[in-house]
Write a protein that binds this ligand. Structure first.
Ligand code: F6P
Length: 531
């Protein structure tokens, strides 16, 4: 079928001229005309229109859709229930044909009781609640549906990997190909060469079960990747010209913003093309989701560097092993690697500013640990201490990479030198600096990440086949979900140093918090601490 144009329902003359029970396709037409949407106590949808007009749904609804604007699908329900839903073909292609899910004839799946996910299944964002808490935000549960919106022979899917490397990229590629082929009988799958710019600047790569069979054993991405290169018009032109109707985008928050722009342009052009994002970030800095694939591998691989640092440190007089780990804005790899290791004496992350000199500073702590143990290991995330570095060099770089990220100076080298200089006259110090960052990023994913990649890929495929669109797939409280792009890209996830996890790390290393206490204010009082 390729990219075909469908009539958009937004041209309808009255908001409710069709079957009142099919709210999905009414969204585009009513979204500009209603004043408010709510439920009455009998779970009927109440729509207030301008000019005191009012619409009540004729039937009791388990769930009804309200749209705050045409970009967001927000569903509200009793007791403060909110569903932040994702777009669906039925929203704007009311007459799109559907087909029975081929999985129901697949021997491997037909034996599974309740294999298909109920359309009303949703997953709560917060699972710690009080008796009187509102039910809060939910996301649509991922998984296969009874009916699909693509016939297998009509599918032409493509996969693109964008941004920096991350363990597991090849596993995700492999499992999208396997999922499409084994579960849905899709035969035509293309790889986009070298990130977003590959859509318009390179030839595509043919992907099938044979070509992807062994790729999970290698790090990197068989498709190649790049930063930047996002030109929405050229990319959608290429999708349209090639007849691609399923687009799987594996990338970080910048790439997910790109995916959202591609989806909007596809919708604007009225193309029946699905766009799904699979979130990728070794730094684990994507919000909402429990963790991103590759993170576990990075933490595990970091142990090898920390072990080496420990061996070096314990073998020399006043030995210090200093390990730099990735984490531009978020210190999750450093924090988890420290908690996993037990050999780390001090962990420094971007979210927790620190200082070197004076009481409570890093030099004082190093002095103390060396006197106590004769050696120590320091882990530093690459984004930590950038303010100190900029201050001492009297220059702060404003240079950015092609993804728009600030280019960082090497904090590991800088702090190693500062420590050496500080202790030079006091004692013999043996400091060994290890930078394993790119070695960590380049390894294949470990067992747990391979499972994570497989489930993400399968969930993405199920969602696309079921007609969901413009979503990122992600694990929320242990369940796979479809999350609207805007929730993934609105902010970056960071370690909250006032949360318990950071306190657990401080208790494990017994390092200083590097917080300066205001005199006359006991710690714990609001406003009592300053950085
Ligand atoms: O964004 C993820 C990340 O791993 C950062 O921690 C790191 O700064 C960056 O990628 C480095 O990637 P590159 O050198 O490819 O720009």
């Amino acid at each position: 079928m390729g990219s075909s144009r469908f009539r958009s329902s937004s041209n309808r003359s009255t908001p409710f001229e069709s079957d009142h029970q099919q709210f999905g396709f009414l969204i585009p037409s009513i979204s500009r005309k209603y004043r408010s949407l709510s439920f009455d106590s009998g779970l009927r949808l109440i729509v207030s229109l301008s000019g005191n007009q009012r619409f009540e749904s004729p039937t009791r609804l388990v769930m009804a859709t309200s749209a705050l604007n045409s970009d967001r699908k927000i569903v509200t329900g009793p007791a403060g229930y909110v569903l932040e839903d994702v777009p669906h073909f039925s929203d704007y292609f009311p007459n799109a044909p559907t087909y029975p899910n081929p999985l129901q004839d697949n021997a491997a799946y037909s034996v599974v009781k309740q294999y298909f996910v109920d359309d009303d299944d949703t997953v709560p964002q917060k699972i710690v609640v009080h008796p009187d808490s509102p039910r809060g935000t939910h996301f649509r549960r991922a998984g296969p549906r009874q009916r699909v919106y693509f016939e297998s022979d009509d599918v032409l899917a493509c996969i693109v990997t964008c941004g920096g490397l991350c363990p597991g990229l090849n596993t995700v590629i492999r499992e999208i190909v396997c999922g499409l082929s084994y579960m849905y009988g899709v035969k035509r799958i293309l790889g986009i060469d070298g990130g977003y710019r590959g859509f318009y600047a390179r030839n595509t790569i043919h992907l099938d079960l044979k070509t992807v069979n062994d790729i999970h054993r290698s790090g990197g991405t068989i498709l190649g990747t790049s930063r930047g290169g996002h030109d929405t018009t050229k990319i959608v032109d290429s999708i349209q010209d090639r007849g691609i109707n399923q687009v799987y985008i594996i990338g970080g928050d910048g790439s997910q913003k790109g995916a959202a722009a591609i989806f909007e342009e596809i919708r604007r052009r009225g193309l029946k093309v699905a766009v799904a994002g699979i979130p990728k970030t070794i730094d684990n800095d994507i919000p909402i989701i429990d963790r991103s694939f590759g993170f576990d591998t990075a933490v595990e691989e970091a142990q090898r560097a920390i072990n080496a640092a420990h061996v070096e440190a314990t073998s020399f007089e006043n030995g210090i092993g200093l390990v730099k780990l990735m984490g531009r804005y978020s210190g999750f790899i450093a924090m988890y690697a420290t908690l996993a290791s037990r050999d780390v004496d001090c962990c420094l992350i971007p979210e927790s500013p620190f200082f070197l000199e004076g009481q409570g500073g890093l030099f004082e702590f190093i002095d103390k640990r060396l006197k106590e143990n004769g050696h120590m290991v320091i882990v530093i995330a690459e984004g930590a201490g950038q303010d100190l570095l900029a201050e001492s060099e009297e220059q702060s770089t404003t240079l950015k990479d092609a993804s728009g990220n600030k280019l960082l100076q090497d904090i590991g080298l800088w702090i190693s030198q500062r420590i050496k200089d500080h202790f030079a006259k006091k004692m013999t110090l043996n400091l060994k600096y290890i930078d394993p960052t790119y070695m960590i990023r380049a390894v294949p994913s470990n067992a747990s990440d391979n499972v994570c990649c497989t489930l993400l890929a399968q969930s993405a495929v199920h969602g696309v086949m079921a007609g969901y669109n413009g979503f990122t797939v992600g694990l929320v409280n242990g369940r796979h979900t479809y999350i609207p792009f805007y929730r993934i890209t609105e902010r970056q996830n960071q370690v909250v140093i006032t949360d318990r996890m950071w306190a657990r790390l401080l208790s494990s290393t017994n390092q200083p918090s590097f917080m300066k206490h205001e005199p006359n204010h006991p710690v714990g009082e609001a406003g009592a601490m300053k950085w």
